[in-house]
Design a protein around this ligand. Structure first.
Ligand code: NAD
Ligand code: IPM
Ligand code: MN
Length: 353
């Protein structure tokens, strides 16, 4: 028996997750039970907190979790440590999903949909391996204090330990062995001690355990520029929590839309993975039924592959998304006119056919 917990969340989260649910129902995987729980702002509305103890326990007890998105203006005034995004960070930490795989792949049919020139992005296939439960997102001390002179000071701490760096780098090197054998590690060792340590530990690990992997290093600012100038030079990009957040949104536009990028957050072997589109709750289009569900559906495919032991089914789902795009199916963000459900229909028809 395997179990998948759906956390639709807020804004377009429930809209896109509903399409993944339809695909799951059509797949009718034997032995898989699917359940749903409130999360983020929806959970604040129902229970006063973004992540209840029950939802956290259900996530930890499941085989995989598929999340939609959380957050939105409705919860702008809730206490900082109770906002929807804080619930997401708490869930990631509780599940200890330290390695966040964010594949930025440009489907051939979408090359013209990007704001970048087709010849720059055709065939693009980058895998970000983003550290997800450390760095400045979680470092202490953090806070806002009032100084003696009456000024206020906001502060956060960027921090990484040897083991935090080595475990996520191990994931990147292992994945490199089944891809091109190349890893580009990204930090700012020129201005940050945490970056110096990152570079040293990644290099040491490669020398000790992965001598077959070609490792390069790049400063994060240059990486942002290179991702726009010549993104196909990259295969795996290994980076920290904050740089990984920024650079994966940037690379998303090379695939046509932010609505195309799925992710898989993985922890220790055998523990549940957390799967989510990299986009947010998109308050500007929420409730209109026009969001692109592809990132959610592709996140479901990653859950099938990495947690649910159904790699062949994952291939089928990804092929159905690609076939739908090849046939011209496009939501508004991709320059088309399909609704969220219409895109779901297009994917479902290719899955069946
Ligand atoms: P966003 O990703 O929600 O939206 C950015 C832009 O991309 C918007 O114009 C939006 O309409 C568009 N977009 C995003 N997903 C789309 C899709 N599937 N189809 C079509 N268009 C899409 O980022 P934001 O506006 O900065 O953040 C909104 C809220 O979401 C904030 O509260 C933020 O904290 C939260 N957020 C949550 C997650 C998450 O739950 N994993 C991720 C990012 C942001
Ligand atoms: C993401 C989001 C989250 C992050 C927020 C909502 C906490 O932007 O998943 O990319 O910064 O990690
Ligand atoms: Mn982000």
């Amino acid at each position: 028996m395997t179990s998948l917990l759906l956390l639709p969340g807020d804004g377009i989260g429930p809209e896109v997750t509903a399409q993944s649910r339809r695909i799951l129902d059509a797949l009718a995987l034997p032995g898989l039970s699917v359940s749903e729980a409130p999360f983020g702002g929806a959970s604040i509305d129902a229970h006063g907190v973004p992540l209840t103890a029950e939802t956290e326990a259900a996530a930890l007890a499941s085989t995989a979790v598929l999340m939609g998105a959380v957050g939105g203006p409705k919860w702008a005034d809730v206490a900082y440590d109770r906002r929807p995004e804080a619930g997401l960070l708490r869930l990631r930490a509780a599940m200890n999903v330290f390695a966040n795989l964010r594949p930025a792949r440009c489907f051939a049919a979408l090359a013209p949909a990007s704001t970048l020139k087709p010849e720059v992005i055709e065939g693009l296939d980058i895998l970000f391996v983003r550290e997800l439960v450390g760095g400045v997102y979680f470092g202490v001390p953090r806070g806002i204090e009032t100084l003696a002179n009456g000024e206020r000071r906001g502060f956060n701490t960027q921090s990484y330990t040897t083991s935090e760096i080595r475990r996520v780098a191990t994931t990147a090197f292992e994945l490199a062995r089944v891809r091109s054998g190349r890893v580009c590690s990204v930090e700012k060792a020129n201005v940050m001690e945490s970056g110096v340590l990152w570079r040293e530990e990644v290099t040491r690990l490669r020398d000790e355990r992965f001598p077959d992997i070609e490792l390069s290093h790049m400063y994060a600012d240059n990486c942002a520029m290179q991702l726009v100038k010549a993104p196909r030079q990259f295969d795996i990009i290994l980076t920290d929590n904050l740089f990984g957040d920024l650079l994966s949104d940037l690379a998303a536009m090379s695939t046509g839309s932010l609505g195309m990028l799925p992710s898989a957050a993985l922890g220790e072997a055998g523990r549940p993975g957390l799967y989510e589109p990299i986009h947010g709750s998109a308050p500007d289009i929420a409730g209109q039924g026009i969001a692109n569900p592809c990132a959610s559906v592709l996140s479901l495919a990653m859950a099938l592959r990495y947690s649910l032991g159904a790699a062949e089914v994952a291939d089928r789902v990804e092929a159905a998304v690609e076939a739908a795009l090849d046939a011209g199916a496009r939501t508004r963000d991709l320059g088309g006119a399909l609704t969220t459900a219409g895109m779901g229909d297009a994917i479902l028809s290719k899955l069946a056919g």
